[in-house]
Design a protein around this ligand. Structure first.
Ligand code: CA
Length: 234
């Protein structure tokens, strides 16, 4: 059965473009342009026909995207949320607020990118079994918690404690963007003693080690102006 996606976006052109790409990819899109319509619309959906995911614009007429994201999280915890925002700096602020959105996309974006993110978030939401099935024969990265190392197709990647920790945090949420600040929180008890550059330098070493084994794949991506994410697919 085709999954329903709710697009909440007040710019009709953008909404139509996303809707076209989503239906082209086998989803059933719905569109709302006013923030005040979102919660009543969700409440009126018959049981079992809730959207699997909401693409939620930050700046809307009526109720804004932030409040909507919070309300959706509380009332419909199974519905995934991807926030759409016009500015990269905004993403950093949103990450700090811990709204619980599953992902963030900066405008301007390509509709293809939106569809890819929707697929990634839904794949995650459907749980690990499906993910394993879909990755099928694809090469895999596995963490060895006892040995503090990673195994890429069975080949050893020796990691420092900090590199291991960084990788572990990012691998736990594939596709999620982490700000440097959030990564620091996971690395050090008192992160006032380190700078954001420290994170960059650890990530750089980590990427180099992974690239030694998989030169053709970039599984730790930097998101310009925001931070990093672990993206095993594509
Ligand atoms: Ca808007």
């Amino acid at each position: 059965m085709s999954e329903h996606i709710l697009i909440v976006e007040d710019e009709p052109k953008i909404a139509r473009l996303i809707a076209d790409y989503l239906s082209g990819s086998g989803y059933t899109p719905h569109h709302l342009a006013h923030g005040d319509d979102v919660i009543p619309w969700l409440q009126d959906r018959p049981e079992g026909t809730q959207p699997a995911l909401v693409l939620l614009d930050l700046m809307l007429p009526g109720t804004d995207g932030l409040s909507l994201c919070r309300q959706i999280r509380q009332q419909w915890p199974n519905v995934s949320v991807i926030m759409l925002t016009a500015r990269v700096e905004e993403v950093d602020r949103l990450l700090g607020l811990e709204l619980g959105a599953d992902d963030y996309i900066c405008k301007p974006f390509s509709p293809r990118e939106v569809v890819a993110r929707v697929k990634a978030v839904l794949r995650r939401a459907h749980g690990p079994e499906q993910e394993t099935q879909q990755s099928g024969s694809r090469s895999r990265l596995v963490l060895d918690h006892d040995g503090w190392r990673a195994l890429a197709d069975g080949r050893d990647i020796e990691l420092t404690a900090v590199e291991f920790q960084l990788l572990k945090v990012m691998m736990a949420s594939p596709g999620r963007i982490f700000s440097r600040d959030q990564l620091m929180d996971h690395m050090y008890r008192d992160h006032r003693i380190v700078s954001e550059r420290t994170v960059d330098s650890h990530i750089k070493k980590l990427r180099r080690k992974i690239a030694d084994v998989w030169p053709e794949r970039e599984i730790i991506r930097s998101v310009y102006g925001v931070g990093y994410k672990y993206q095993p697919e594509e």
